[in-house]
Design a protein. Structure first.
Length: 364
């Protein structure tokens, strides 16, 4: 059997867009990661991943590359020239080899190079290797999307993509027409794309569409700090609040600092939030009491909990912003949290429609 020559590419009979070749490990590592590759360094910290890659197996010698055959432009406006190449697979392997975390490293690897004239075509090939329903969890899909859009989160929570459920519910409430009644978990009716591809495309679309809100909530948590009370339910409320009112004012920032227990008095002590079972309470006390003794959100952490909790938090965020933290009241909205949320808070056009109107007004 004739051996492959290092550095020589070979075509497959009848397959024009796939080449195979034996290349050095260093040449493979010289290729950049694919545009939406998840956070590889975080990934290799996971025990299941590093345990699998710590030992060099024969299958680890096979890698995948992608090559753009015509000039193209990515979603964020970045231009790529024909001939640009990427690592489509084995990115975690490559980092493990670079960090010296494997028992052995290959001198050469067998590379399969997939060639396409469009970036979206290469993206589909990349997705075939990294399936979000199997190889990648949803949070890692989000980190890859943020990377492709050059979003640089400040907090650990956002760096790790730990807001994807909140983003999905935001999509559902703000723009169900585009994202469906289940947000990012909605299925496609089209036979032209797989469900995996569809969910990835919608996730990338959502990260791009809501990028300013993602940045704003991340910056808020960076300023105020956060704790376990800043779960996906509360994050959803913060997303929707920002979409409705814009930048977080000082009162909302103080509210979040009180919830996070990072607000300090003149002596440097944590400012306690008074909680009583009866009587008038301010917005912070209403939220902290619910966090400590759930009554209005009995299903928190479950699907029903979002329908209970998001209206509750949106209401008290609104009260804090409009009335201040000195304002106290005996109860929430007289019509109930959910009815107030549906009929008052969400009685607005989604932000894409507002942007379109502003654009039309400016042009006229």
């Amino acid at each position: 059997m004739e051996a492959l020559q290092v550095g020589q590419w070979y075509s497959l009979p009848g397959v024009d867009d796939v080449l195979i070749g034996l290349i050095t490990r260093d040449e493979f590592l010289s290729y950049p990661e694919w545009i939406t590759q998840r956070n590889t360094r975080n990934r290799i910290k996971k025990k299941g991943v590093i345990d699998h890659l710590r030992k060099l197996f024969p299958t680890h010698h096979v890698v995948a590359l992608g090559e753009l055959t015509e000039d193209d432009v990515w979603e964020d406006g970045t231009e790529y020239d024909a001939g640009q190449g990427w690592r489509l697979d084995a990115n975690s392997r490559g980092l493990v080899w670079q960090e010296g975390l494997s028992d052995r490293v290959p001198e050469n690897v067998l590379a399969v190079k997939y060639r396409d004239k469009t970036l979206t075509g290469l993206r589909s090939i990349y997705w075939a290797f990294d399936n979000p329903t199997a190889a990648e969890i949803a949070a890692e899909v989000v980190t890859g999307c943020m990377k492709s859009l050059k979003l640089l989160p400040k907090t650990k929570k956002f760096k790790e993509g730990q807001f994807v459920t909140a983003l999905s519910y935001t999509c559902m409430w703000d723009n169900a027409t585009s994202y469906g009644e289940r947000g990012l978990w909605s299925d496609s009716d089209s036979d032209d794309v797989t469900q995996s591809e569809y969910k990835r495309m919608k996730t990338l679309e959502a990260v791009y569409e809501y990028r300013e809100t993602i940045k704003a909530v991340d910056a808020l948590l960076d300023r105020t700090g956060y704790n376990k009370q800043f779960d996906q339910t509360f994050l959803t409320a913060l997303f929707l609040f920002h979409l409705k009112y814009g930048p977080f004012d000082d009162k909302v920032q103080m509210l979040c600092s009180l919830i996070a227990e990072t607000a300090l008095d003149e002596d440097g002590d944590v400012i306690p939030v008074p909680v009583a079972s009866k009587g008038k309470l301010n917005a912070a006390s209403w939220i902290v009491r619910e966090n400590n003794t759930p009554s209005r959100i009995p299903n928190r952490g479950k699907i029903d909990g979002f329908y209970e909790g998001v209206p509750f938090f949106c209401y008290w965020l609104t009260i804090a912003s409009e009335q201040g933290l000195k304002h106290k009241q005996n109860e929430g909205p007289k019509v109930g949290y959910r009815k107030w949320f549906d009929n008052t808070f969400m009685k607005r056009k989604n932000h894409l429609d507002l942007v379109a109107e502003l654009t039309t007004t400016t042009e006229s």
